[in-house]
Ligand binder design. Structure first.
Ligand code: NAD
Length: 509
């Protein structure tokens, strides 16, 4: 199905301007850096990218602000994040408009992204009163041993196009309460939403009396990101994007002994066992595989189905895929919006060519839609492909809505297939057999950072830590104790006796 007509670029430009105006954000128009919309594939405005001098100024100002911010009591730092959360609530609809216009997300997913930002602000405000270390039993009389957590420094946040605002908030809300300052280099594909978020945070800072330079925004392409990566004044580089990007960033930050937090690509799978509740599984699979047009890091890309139910399940999935409404993401009925660019469509097409050559059978989808109405955009039908083996192309992350369906006979075989990819982000099993579910979650089961039961691979809540292993980079963000990546710990030994006792019984003098 193709849902109703697309808006024009003029409509979208007017809508983006209205959203920015409501938020109160000024867009300094320029010519060297375009803001574009994947809905029509056309440019909305020209902006100005940061120069080397702007980057230098941001790093210096951020470092100075850190020196004041680190000694501001953490619950007072929480006041800034509380105010940011209030402003996000107030402007939720306008912010969601910008996410749809720039990233192509359907309305409910765009609103969901802003809700996630509100949620992490709430979490971080609570966290601002819980940044605690432990007290450890000392081997020496009259001594106390303690672990203290201190602010780390300037945090460089480099983010991807597909969560253009939420990833920033996971990092920024937590980093700010931890006493760090933040410099954000958003995706070059989504500058407008970042201008809006930066404006709201600046407003919150003014209102609560926090230093303005606790946050700086630098628009630009990867060259701007590279400056943050190489600068020793940036204590932590938190980079979200492709594994290719992480391979470049990780070693460069390590070379200067900086800290990096990498959130990279996924190649997420679900196992569907014979006992699965098939109705529930179908809903979970279709959302995880086709939602966000297959452009989530947690998108379901491989389905590993027990041979006994594979035909029935694929028939039902094929029928569901035929009915997916594709088109204008602002329409309430649309479930699949555009890919981010025609280049993403080319990458998808070449993966489909490869998998066909390797014996894969396309069951449904893969045709381009709305090519006449929007020749510069990339609307496409999500695809289901039945494959016999996990070939090279199946083991890669193609950032598009392709779901490869494999079959298995034993759970052991399914888990081996599941883990036999370079990435390790998200995973799930659909089963009503508790034994199988527990094996999947055990040390011998899924090797991913996220492992779910009877729910798809995407759509995590902020309360848990988010991230994955292997080529996904090993970072953890958001909830649980992910905050520790944004702080440094110190071990303190305090002698409150009148004797100097040396550890390990050493005697001296
Ligand atoms: P990308 O790697 O092309 O770009 C991501 C960001 O990195 C951009 O801001 C870009 O300018 C910057 N960048 C690229 N190369 C750089 C370099 N050498 N030095 C410094 N900065 C550099 O990714 P994308 O296409 O925007 O996003 C899609 C990818 O992101 C997918 O692989 C997806 O799985 C991944 N992703 C991962 C997570 C996660 O949490 N694990 C979340 C969202 C997206």
């Amino acid at each position: 199905m193709t849902s109703t007509a697309l808006p024009t670029t003029d409509d979208l430009r007017a809508r983006a301007r209205a959203a920015l105006e409501n938020i109160g954000a000024d867009v300094a128009e320029g010519s060297d850096f375009p803001a574009r919309t994947p809905l029509t594939g056309e440019n909305l405005f020209g902006l100005t990218a940061a120069t080397d001098a702007d980057t230098e100024d941001a790093i210096a100002a951020s470092r100075t602000a850190f020196l004041a911010w680190r000694t501001t009591p953490a619950p007072r730092r929480g006041e800034l994040v509380r105010r940011l959360g209030e402003l996000l609530r107030e402007h939720k609809s306008d912010l969601a408009d910008l996410v749809t216009i720039e990233a192509g997300k359907i309305r409910s997913e765009a609103l969901g992204e802003i809700q996630e930002m509100i949620d992490i602000c709430d979490f971080a405000v609570g966290l601002s009163r819980q940044l605690y270390g432990r007290t450890i039993a000392s081997e020496r009389p009259g001594h106390r041993l303690a672990e203290t957590w201190h602010p780390l420094g300037v945090v460089g946040v480099i983010s991807a196009f597909n969560f253009p605002a939420a990833v920033w908030s996971w990092n920024t809300a937590v980093a700010l309460v931890c006493g760090d300052t933040v410099i954000w280099k958003p995706s070059e594909l989504t500058p407008l939403i970042s201008v809006a978020c930066d404006h709201l945070l600046a407003r919150a800072a003014d209102e609560v009396g926090a230093p303005r330079d606790v946050h700086r925004l630098l628009l630009g392409d990867r060259a701007v990101g590279e400056k943050l990566v190489d600068d020793p004044r940036v204590a932590l580089v938190s980079a979200t994007g492709s594994t290719r990007m992480g391979r470049e960033v990780g070693p460069r930050v390590a070379a200067r002994f900086g800290r990096s937090l990498l959130e990279l690509g996924g190649n997420n799978a679900a196992i569907v066992a014979p006992s699965a509740d098939v109705d529930l599984a179908i809903q979970g699979i279709v959302f995880a595989a086709a939602g966000t047009a297959g452009q989530r890091c947690t998108t379901l890309r491989r389905l590993i189905v027990h041979r006994d139910i594979a035909d029935t399940l694929t028939e039902r999935l094929t029928a569901a895929y035929h009915k997916l409404p594709i088109g204008n993401p602002f329409e309430d009925t649309t479930l699949v919006g555009p890919l981010i660019s025609p280049a993403a469509l080319d990458t998808m097409d070449s993966a489909l060519t490869r998998v066909r050559a390797e014996g894969g059978k396309v069951l449904v989808g893969g045709n381009r839609r709305l090519a006449e109405a929007a020749p510069a955009a990339a609307y496409v039908e999500p695809v289901l492909v039945r494959v016999d083996e996990q070939t090279d192309v199946v083991r890669e992350e193609t950032f598009a809505p392709i779901l490869y369906v494999l079959t298995y006979d034993t759970l052991e075989e399914a888990i081996a297939l599941h883990n036999d990819v370079p990435q390790g982000l998200s995973s799930s099993i659909f089963t009503r057999d508790q034994r199988e579910a527990e094996i999947f979650l055990s040390a011998a089961g899924s090797d991913c950072g996220i492992a779910n039961v009877n729910i798809g691979t995407s759509g995590a809540e902020i309360g848990g830590a988010f991230g994955g292993e292997k080529d996904t980079g090993g970072g953890r963000e958001s909830g649980s104790d992910a905050w520790k990546a944004y702080m440094r710990s110190a071990t303190n030994t305090i002698n409150y006796s009148s004797e100097l006792a040396l550890a390990q019984g050493v005697s001296f003098l």
